[in-house]
Design a protein around this ligand. Structure first.
Ligand code: HEM
Ligand code: HEM
Length: 183
């Protein structure tokens, strides 16, 4: 019986979702950082908060779809020429990226539910249900958690980005260019 050749590229669904979610996440970090620093009387502030929350809510089902796609499509093996520690670091980084992509929007939604002052709307189309009793202390703690997780995600993305560039440009004489598998 013929054995199917191992895949050398992520599926088209995985590649599209990788770049769509990458752009959205980077936009979320920049918008979060920028809107937080705006003065309260700035009219743009309220608009940006609304967009940040709506895009953030959108990310949750997108990440779930991505995880389903990951488990239902073949994933290319890491190149054999990569050292063991590069393989471990790469897998650990990917796991943490998935964890944070899930935990950050969730922390945002739960913190807004604790605040309870503004209805949590999705692009003005529907209002998320208010499920948890309001609690200002919990809101403030989750605000802190949301911030710490978001900037930890940024640090991981930088590591991920530097790793991809290293394999493409610095690993001379090795076939470890993982970028071509996701483009
Ligand atoms: C992957 C998704 C998300 C990312 C990467 C993200 C990132 C950020 C960042 C970097 C900040 C600025 C933190 C600071 O400097 O204090 C922030 C603030 C904020 N985020 Fe998100 N966020 C996400 C999803 C959400 C969601 C789903 C909601 C609510 C539904 C939300 C609500 C907020 C609010 C209300 C603030 C302002 C907090 C303040 O002004 O103290 N975020 N976010
Ligand atoms: C900034 C530009 C980015 C570049 C150059 C890049 C590059 C790559 C490359 C080359 C891979 C494939 C690794 C492999 O073949 O094993 C990959 C996978 C991955 N990337 Fe990115 N990436 C970027 C941004 C992001 C962002 C913003 C996120 C999410 C926060 C992200 C999350 C992931 C995850 C979770 C995987 C693992 C896919 C899997 O095996 O399930 N990437 N990325």
């Amino acid at each position: 019986m013929a054995v199917a050749p191992a895949t050398t590229k992520y599926s088209i669904t995985m590649r599209l979702l990788h770049w769509l979610i990458a752009i959205l996440i980077l936009g979320m970090i920049v918008s979060g950082w920028y809107m937080h620093g705006l003065p309260d009387e700035e009219p743009l502030k309220e608009e940006l908060y609304g967009l940040h929350k709506s895009f953030g809510i959108t990310l949750l089902p997108l990440v779930i779809i991505r995880l389903l796609a990951r488990f239902s499509s073949p994933i290319p093996e890491l190149p054999a020429q990569m050292s063991w520690w590069e393989k471990v670091l790469s897998k650990l980084t990917h796991f943490l990226l998935y964890l944070l992509m899930f935990a950050i929007p969730l922390s945002g939604i739960i913190m807004m539910d604790y605040l309870g002052i503004f209805p949590l709307e999705w692009f003005g189309v529907f209002t998320m249900p208010d499920l948890i009793p309001d609690d200002m202390d919990m809101f403030e703690q989750l605000e802190e958690v949301h911030e710490i997780l978001a900037y930890s995600l940024l640090a991981l993305i930088i590591l991920h980005f530097v790793g991809a560039l290293k394999h493409r440009f610095l690993d001379k004489g090795k076939d470890t260019d993982v970028l071509k598998r996701i483009i």
